[in-house]
Write a protein that binds this ligand. Structure first.
Ligand SMILES: [Zn+2]
Length: 70
């Protein structure tokens, strides 16, 4: 496990550094600035996404889940 401690919510998500400011919006979880809109945008910052993935388990995918081996 390599769970990093999230920085304060006043710190923008690193994803904002690589996208136009027009695509930046508040994370749905912690309200920090994150790349929310447009191509590659996510409603959650990478920290909340990491926590969500851990909560949901490794089976979670953004693409289709229908082809998973049982
Ligand atoms: Zn967040």
């Amino acid at each position: 496990m390599t769970t990093a401690t999230p920085p304060p919510v006043s710190e923008p998500d690193p994803s904002t550094f690589a996208c136009p400011s027009t695509l930046v919006g508040p994370c749905s979880g912690c309200q920090r600035s994150t790349h929310k809109y447009g191509s590659g945008g996510l409603p959650l910052c990478q920290w909340c996404m990491t926590l969500a993935r851990e909560a949901w388990g490794p089976a979670v995918r953004f693409t289709s889940t229908r082809a998973q081996a049982q």
